[in-house]
Design a protein around this ligand. Structure first.
Ligand SMILES: NC(=O)c1ccc[n+]([C@@H]2O[C@H](COP(=O)([O-])OP(=O)(O)OC[C@H]3O[C@@H](n4cnc5c(N)ncnc54)[C@H](O)[C@@H]3O)[C@@H](O)[C@H]2O)c1
Length: 448
């Protein structure tokens, strides 16, 4: 059993804290957000993440996890302090390190025994040294030893607990191999491969991984647009590509592009770092541009199919969260798509199984409905933005009959175009070679 402190009780911090507690350690989570801590003290996780609340409650009951807003209390016996605060996008695309800096100052102020500081936030290359400098400059007793280890996190919202407990790899970077090995011990129960390297390389592994995944999605979206022009079906193309083990199936789903709390800011931060260090990140810039275009294209398609104007047209949006199984609206494609549709005069009705409350705080002038059927009622077009499971087997006849015009834009390619056409819908997917090109051979029907 180790004494672990986690700074920041968000998606990453709370999952890290809860999972380490579940592995038998004693964990203290500290956050500056009082409402969040109050809620956690009552055993209530203030955001949607499947399975997390159960683990928090179980470990609270067992006396292995505590929540506080007081650093003094949180750091009292800590052997390891994990920084898991947010690193949002700054004004120029750079990562905003002010929260990391504030956390490092607080660690320094309360540093009265030796410990290992582990950075789990996604931070620009060189931040490990930056944190060490801040702590060194602000600690009351400079003779107390401390070590900084970079330990980037790769979990995905929606399956965060599973991902934490079943990682593909653990990456650790430090100037001190022994410190990195001590952090590695915390992960031994997970039986995952562990890479120990220097601070900067560890920080770079995280950015390079996210940038690569975003590139894969932008790549298939570019291919989708070419498929559309040439009459091929990108879904089958991706399937055929993915069977090649050098390529793999994952992150080859053409759609409305990537969003969320990580890819947009991380790709931009990497491009910014590259540009400010004399590099020319042309691939990363293209990856970002393709992603933005993807959202514009769907609005162009809706306008075109609704007769060239969106004025006073009712557009129903299915799904608002940036991906299924989360209520996270950060950089969700739905936001930009809705803004563009509204800008052209469309009336928007929307529904999401989990993100409605968060969406209400961000989106003005949207009618939020209680289910997909209410969204379809009287709509001129439906746009499926987030591929929640509950949208996969809707009563499509009911939807068709309640719409003003049976027009559906499947932004995630979850429906079978042939089936949709048979039902009498005007159907458009992403890159499905369907706009006049006819149906492509498909040996695995994707009907829900
Ligand atoms: N969300 C993901 O899927 C994910 C995955 C991998 C890595 N990351 C990275 O992990 C980091 C955290 O992301 P997140 O999604 O968990 O963010 P989040 O916004 O959900 O949580 C961050 C928490 O830190 C708290 N905080 C901010 N400053 C603080 C301070 N000085 N002291 C104590 N608490 C403070 C905030 O109140 C908030 O509760 C980011 O760098 C992110 O890029 C996120």
């Amino acid at each position: 059993m180790k004494e672990i402190t986690v700074i920041g009780a968000g998606y990453v911090g709370l999952v890290t804290g809860a999972c380490f507690a579940d592995l038998g350690n004693r964990v203290r989570c500290v956050d500056i957000n009082e409402a969040k801590i109050e809620s956690l003290k009552r055993g209530k996780v203030p955001f949607f993440e499947p399975g997390l609340e159960e683990i928090v409650r179980r470990n609270q009951k067992a006396g292995r996890i505590f929540f506080t807003t007081a650093y003094a209390e949180a750091m009292k016996d800590a052997q390891f302090v994990f920084i898991a605060v947010n690193t949002p996008q700054g004004e120029e695309g750079e990562a905003d390190l002010s929260y990391v800096e504030a956390a490092a100052r607080e660690i320094a102020r309360h540093l009265d025994h030796s410990l290992i500081i582990v950075n789990k936030s996604t931070v620009p290359i060189g931040t490990g040294d930056f944190v060490a400098d801040i702590v060194r400059e602000n600690m009351p007793d400079p003779s107390i030893p401390f070590w900084v280890v970079s330990n980037p996190e790769f979990l995905r919202e929606g399956s965060a607990v599973y991902d934490f407990m079943n990682p593909d790899r653990i990456v650790l970077g430090s100037t001190d191999k022994e410190a990195a090995e001590k952090v590695a011990e915390l992960y031994y129960p997970l039986q995952a491969p562990i890479i120990i390297t220097d601070l900067r390389t560890a920080e770079m592994i995280k950015y390079a991984s996210n940038a690569f995944l975003a590139t894969k999605i932008s790549f298939i979206n570019e291919i989708a647009n070419i498929c559309e022009a040439l009459g091929a079906d990108v879904k089958v193309v991706a399937e055929g590509m993915g069977m090649d083990h050098r390529i793999g199936h994952e992150f080859l789903g053409a759609g409305l592009g990537w969003g969320g709390s990580c890819f947009p800011k991380d790709v931009k931060a990497l491009a910014y770092m590259a540009a400010t260090h004399g590099c020319h990140p042309q691939l990363l810039r293209a990856v970002i541009e393709i992603n933005q275009d993807q959202r514009r294209r769907i609005v162009d398609k809706v306008r075109e199919l609704l007769g060239g104007s969106l004025r006073n047209k009712v557009v129903g949006i299915l799904g608002l969260a940036f991906k299924p199984n989360t209520d996270d609206m950060r950089e969700a494609p739905s936001i930009e798509i809705i803004h563009m549709l509204q800008h052209e005069g469309a009336r928007i009705k929307a529904y999401d199984p989990a993100a409605m409350e968060n969406a209400k705080a961000i989106l003005n002038g949207v009618e939020f409905m209680e289910d997909p059927y209410q969204v379809a009622e009287g709509a001129d077009a439906l746009v499926l933005v987030t591929e929640w499971n509950e949208f996969k087997q809707l009563d499509m006849e009911r939807i068709r009959d309640s719409m003003r015009q049976p027009v559906i834009f499947d932004g995630r390619n979850i429906y079978d175009p042939e089936w949709m056409q048979k039902l009498g819908f005007t159907y458009r997917g992403v890159g499905r070679g369907f706009d006049g090109a006819g149906v492509i051979n498909r040996n695995r029907p994707d009907r829900g």
